[in-house]
Design a protein around this ligand. Structure first.
Ligand SMILES: Cc1cc2nc3c(=O)[nH]c(=O)nc-3n(C[C@H](O)[C@H](O)[C@H](O)COP(=O)(O)OP(=O)(O)OC[C@H]3O[C@@H](n4cnc5c(N)ncnc54)[C@H](O)[C@@H]3O)c2cc1C
Length: 464
């Protein structure tokens, strides 16, 4: 059976991007919206997430602008003690369902088509029933899938696994009932970190864990990513970055300076870190990870047999009694950039360093309140997801410059100040705090030189 539906906006994807965009657009316009997702519920990749995943940033600034996530409580126990709570996967899934059922749908302006594929050009087909829709879009289609990532739960291992080898995803790890001789965690990113921390939490001795890391990563210190009462440290972190960028003699020197200030962290201080994807950890988590000393650094895994793990740079022995944990999915996609705003389409891409939901929502506000696509594209130039160390510097500088341009548009500036998704929006409340006064002074002092020197560092890095 085929139906015709008319809508102002068709949003493809009910993940954090589609939900934050829809909420912002509905709040700031009288538009109607149709949301389609092939998954059965809102929340996107969180529906497939491993059970022990949590946000790596506080819940206080994640989700949609109109509906708070969590209670803004500071944890007193565990590896996040002293910092604002981090929602887990169950909380995030329940949150997005609540946002859809109690907030978006009751507006009377939202049609939600779950378990349905968008085939392109407004054609939507149910995955479960003999039903399809021809969605006639009056204004624009919002594509939140352009950068859709790959998570281990939904992607096979990017290496061969011989028969007889025990290899599970990070999610299956939590359901393992047979105790292996040893755990071999494969991957250098956030999923691998979470798997290692979870095993240690389950009283697995560090000596029973082997960690296969193709690269060493830089991590951002959670201390400098705190909202509300801990916001002065956030601004202190911003000032510290500008000061380091203004004074660094090279990109490695910049990271050395920021490591010395505790802003960037790495698990092994002896290993050069070449990956910087913006994930946040606490110093307590890092100290626990350092207990794992059996670390294999021979590049990417190519195949696992019952007696060896073959990597780019050699092989190490393994056994059929070991449990290999696949945490090696490709992660976020990096396709060619395209303008975010087009006549009939919005392609969701990042335009600043970090704060995913703040960005997704701001695009919805801009679509509602900034009339010309040309102006919007000037204010929101897209950037690729970061991966290498230089990406941190280029995106940090570009984001600051664009933030200054957006601050001149009153509607965007007012929203940015008020939304809970912008952790720095409330900084005015802390103006008298000595750390804030000091940070403001340093930002003013080092800001211009940071731009000048940062660009030079990037040029020098690009010149062979
Ligand atoms: C483990 C993990 C932890 C993270 N933690 C944080 C964090 O703490 N803070 C932070 O800011 N970011 C975090 N991120 C980054 C994360 O990418 C964003 O927070 C956000 O959840 C991404 O949402 P999204 O809507 O862009 O993508 P997705 O969640 O992937 O949603 C896209 C949706 O589009 C649907 N879809 C795709 N194609 C079609 C089609 N043709 N038809 C119908 N539907 C389609 C998919 O089914 C999916 O549900 C984390 C990411 C991961 C993997």
């Amino acid at each position: 059976m085929s139906d015709t539906l008319e809508t102002d906006y068709l949003i493809v994807g009910a993940g954090a991007a589609g939900m934050a965009f829809a909420d912002a657009l509905l709040t700031h316009s009288d538009a109607s919206v149709t949301v389609v997702d092939r998954r059965h519920a809102p929340g996107g990749h969180w529906l497939d997430a491993y059970p022990y995943v949590r946000l790596h940033q506080p819940s206080a600034f994640y989700g949609v602008s109109s509906v708070p996530l969590g209670q803004d409580v500071i944890d007193t126990q565990g590896t996040n003690a002293g910092f604002y709570e981090l929602a887990n996967a169950d909380e995030i899934r329940a949150y997005f369902t609540r946002v859809m059922e109690q907030h978006l749908l009751p507006s009377g302006r939202v049609t939600y088509l779950p378990s349905s594929d968008h085939l392109g050009a407004g054609q939507v087909r149910s995955r479960l029933a003999d039903r399809s829709w021809d969605v006639r879009v009056r204004r624009k289609t919002i594509d939140t899938t352009y950068l859709e990532g790959h998570v281990p739960a939904t992607s096979p291992p990017p290496f061969e696994v011989a028969s007889g080898v025990r290899c599970v995803s990070a999610g299956e790890l939590a359901r393992t009932s047979e105790r292996p001789e040893r755990y071999v965690v494969i991957g250098a990113g956030k999923t691998a970190v979470d798997a290692c921390l979870w095993l240690l939490d389950q009283s697995v001795p560090p000596a029973s864990i082997r960690w296969v890391k193709p690269r060493e990563s830089w991590w951002m210190n959670r201390r400098f990513h705190q909202p509300l009462t801990l916001l002065p440290d956030f601004l202190h972190g911003t000032a510290t970055q500008l000061e380091a960028i203004a004074q660094a003699s090279s990109i490695p020197d910049l990271f050395a300076r920021l490591e010395a200030q505790g802003f960037f962290l790495r698990v092994d201080a002896e290993e050069p870190a070449t990956m910087c994807r913006g994930a946040i950890v606490s110093e307590v988590e890092l100290a626990r990870l350092r207990q794992i000393t059996d670390v294999v650094r021979m590049g990417h895994v190519r195949r696992i047999t019952t007696n060896e793990i073959v990597l780019d740079g050699g092989s190490v022995p393994t056994t059929a009694a070991a449990l290999h944990v696949h945490c090696a999915a490709r992660g976020l996609a990096r396709p060619p950039l395209r303008p975010i705003f087009e006549a009939d389409r919005i392609t969701v891409q990042p335009f600043m360093w970090s704060f995913a939901c703040y960005q997704f929502a701001m695009l919805g506000v801009a679509e509602a309140l900034v009339p010309s696509d040309e102006d919007k594209n000037r204010l929101f130039p897209p950037m690729a997801y970061w991966d290498a160390n230089a990406d941190y510097l280029s995106t940090f500088l570009a984001a600051l410059a664009n933030e200054q341009a957006r601050a001149t548009v009153p509607a965007l500036a007012q929203w940015a100040k008020a939304t809970r998704l912008n952790p720095l929006g409330q900084i005015g409340l802390h103006r008298e705090h000595p750390r804030v006064a000091d940070a403001m002074g340093r930002i003013k002092h080092f800001g211009p030189d940071a731009f000048k020197n940062g660009r030079q560092l990037l040029r020098a890095q690009a010149t062979p």
